[in-house]
Ligand binder design. Structure first.
Ligand code: PRX
Length: 637
């Protein structure tokens, strides 16, 4: 066994699970004792879901970077912490050992201090997938600043909304980022965002693409210059700031069913313990293994399973700057062979997209280093699961289908590689510490097996969301008020005869497009910003590659009759307001939307039309004007 808390058999899983339910405090205290604490906690858990108020390892003092870096230096100092593969296979890769990563984090933490960043300050990070992104994240954690990473695909407006919500006075960015054959001018997007955010005091800019940028005197500084200043100060050490177990570690914005993204807050200790524990157990990490998670650090998957979980476990983690299909659809497989990757963790959407290229891109690839495969972000269809199993894992690598959320911080329901069996399209079993419950719409528990319901969790786990930044009431109403005394996930779920869980998708107005969460209300708000739009309604529909596509029904009163151009204008508006990830796949112009007499849009009907199930519209008699539906059906695209 490689880690003291590593589960090594099915029986051990069952025992651990049992104990985690009967003695949760003892269970987590044992695991937490394998981390480095400046001061041990006074109480393992204090909680109520009413407020909610959840405190893990109360009174404990620590710094997560001492756990991710300092404590490994003695044994792993010369071992690779991060392997970075650039966008272009022609460019040189980089390897940072634990010692080198530590040095860079300490150095950049001093840069932050020199720029007056203090404990508790919010720092927005908007960068491409370069090692410095991980360095920036960890440097914030070292000095107790709260990072808020924003995915590079979000627009200036989205960034501004997040900066304002978090009142973030500091920004770290790059001149630009490479993604496939594209060059994205990140700093210029930041500049556009900052027009609305005069309160931002400092922008630190890393050179990556040499895209021309405007540097504003007094506000913008170059990363490299700032590092040089620290070097001339003789590269001072940067002792980690002592953090309370429940001090915030980061904010990560995510979509919900209302129009405004919410800042999910995770705190230091519980998040650290849970991400490391779940990383080791789900992937069955063995020291020396190379872990390749293809997500972007701008999403929770990257936070938990590129940065914190792996580094907490002293693992070797990969950061890939590029995309799976450039320069060709064999890019992942090339990387797997080049570094002899052991664990590959990716999204069903990527698998489906690569499947579409056939087996050609796999020619000449060995893939024989792989031992564990993983998926995350959306339900995986059986066809994709089998393709992944057969052609990538060669039927010898277990696939872990990991269900979790930004709010859960870490993997909640999943098989454990080689320990508990995987079943195509099932996340299978809860991790120790996770107590799922299925309820009906009134919140009544649905007991027994072979049943479906709304998925809730009835007991806290260490990395549960603590609050939504600046608006605790929103956290309560969104997650803890739908049903009494439980956390509501927003997902529907089936439990089979053997007790395995299969996630069936969102039961709220949240879409899952290519594994990314997008609220329909958010897209509608963006569409409605277009001058010619009177009203719109957005629903999801099955999409072969993305899982779900975005279908928009729009009442339009534009000045010109060129439908194609109008569609393009609306798409561009969404791109500007949210970002390219939220662009509708289909836009249908309609004269009216199906509404009830009380004025509520009947999305159920629109969803059926978008799905092409026109004969299953159900009862339309409560509609104000049932004739509207026929018009919409006729105009379906
Ligand atoms: O609907 C579930 C789906 O993704 C949602 C969470 O999205 P997000 O917070 O962006 O985090 C994604 C990465 C953890 C969930 O509510 N989801 C996530 N993983 C799975 C999944 N659906 C089915 N199977 C999964 N393995």
């Amino acid at each position: 066994m490689s880690y003291p808390y590593q589960i090594s058999s099915k029986e051990a899983y069952q025992q651990a699970y049992q104990r985690s339910v009967t003695d949760p405090e003892g269970f987590w205290a044992d695991i937490a004792s394998h981390f480095f604490w400046r001061k041990r906690w006074d109480k393992v858990l204090e909680w109520n879901f009413k407020e909610p108020k959840i405190e893990w390892f109360k009174g404990g003092k620590l710094n997560i970077t001492e756990n991710c870096l300092d404590r490994h230096l003695g044994t792993l100092g010369n071992k690779p912490a991060i392997i970075w593969e650039p966008n272009s296979p022609e460019d040189d890769h980089r390897v940072l050992t634990y010692r080198e990563l530590y040095n860079k984090v300490v150095q950049f933490a001093n840069v932050l201090k020199n720029n007056n960043v203090k404990k508790g300050d919010r720092v927005c990070i908007y960068m491409g997938m370069v090692p410095e992104l991980a360095v920036a994240v960890l440097a914030c954690a070292r000095i107790g600043a709260i990072h808020s990473v924003i995915f590079g695909g979000f627009s200036a407006q989205s960034i501004a909304d997040r900066l304002i919500d978090a009142n973030a006075e500091f920004v770290i960015t790059c001149d630009g980022a490479y993604r496939g054959n594209k060059e994205i001018a990140l700093k210029s997007v930041i500049d556009d965002a900052l027009v609305q955010c005069r309160f931002v005091k400092k922008v630190i800019v890393l050179t990556r693409t040499r895209t021309p940028v405007s540097m504003i005197k007094g506000r913008d500084v170059w990363w490299e210059d700032e590092v040089r200043k620290v070097e001339t100060q003789g590269n001072p050490d940067c002792p980690a700031v002592e953090m309370d177990a429940e001090d915030p570690l980061f904010i990560l914005y995510t979509s919900g069913s209302t129009g405004k993204p919410k800042g999910v807050v995770h705190t230091v200790a519980g998040y650290m313990v849970y991400t490391t524990y779940s990383f080791v157990n789900v992937f069955q990490y063995k020291p020396g293994d190379i872990h390749f998670c293809t997500a972007d650090i701008g999403w929770i998957t990257g936070h938990s399973y590129i940065v914190y979980g792996p580094l907490g476990a002293g693992a070797t983690t990969m950061i890939f700057e590029g995309v799976p299909t450039w320069p060709d659809a064999g890019r992942f497989w090339e990387i797997v062979d080049k570094y002899r990757v052991n664990i590959l963790y990716t999204a069903p959407t990527a698998i489906r997209s690569l499947m579409g290229f056939g087996l050609g891109p796999l020619q000449g690839r060995k893939l024989d280093s792989l031992t564990v495969l993983g998926t995350v972000g959306e339900p995986i269809n059986e066809e994709a699961w089998h393709w992944y199993d057969e052609h990538i894992g060669k039927k010898k690598s277990p696939i872990v289908d990991t269900w979790w959320q930004t709010e859960t911080g870490g993997i909640m329901i999943s098989n454990m590689a080689g320990i508990t069996p995987g079943i195509p399209s099932y996340a299978t079993l809860p991790l120790p510490g996770v107590q799922p419950i299925l309820v009906d719409d009134r919140g009544v528990e649905i007991e027994g097996n072979d049943v479906s319901g709304n998925l809730c969790i009835k007991f806290p786990w260490p990395s549960i969301i603590r609050t939504t930044y600046g608006d605790h009431e929103r956290c309560r109403t969104t997650y803890f008020a739908t049903y009494d005394d439980m956390y509501f996930t927003g997902d529907g779920c089936y439990r089979d005869a053997e007790g395995n869980y299969r996630i069936t998708g969102r039961v709220d107005d949240v879409l899952n497009v290519s594994g990314h969460r997008i609220g329909t209300a958010e897209v509608e708000n963006a569409i409605n910003m277009h001058a010619g739009v009177v009203e719109s309604a957005v629903v999801g529909y099955p999409h072969d590659i993305k899982g779900q596509g975005i279908y928009a029904f729009v009442i339009f009163q534009g000045s010109h009759g060129d439908e194609k151009l109008n569609r393009q204008d609306i798409t561009l508006t969404v791109s500007r307001i949210i970002g390219p990830i939220a662009k509708p796949d289909k836009i249908q112009f309609v004269n009216a939307l199906p509404k009830t007499r009380s004025g509520k849009i009947m999305r159920r009907i629109l969803r059926k039309i978008a799905e092409g199930e026109m004969d299953k519209l159900g009862d339309t008699s409560t509609l104000l004007d049932p004739g509207v539906v026929d018009d919409i059906k006729d105009g379906r695209i």
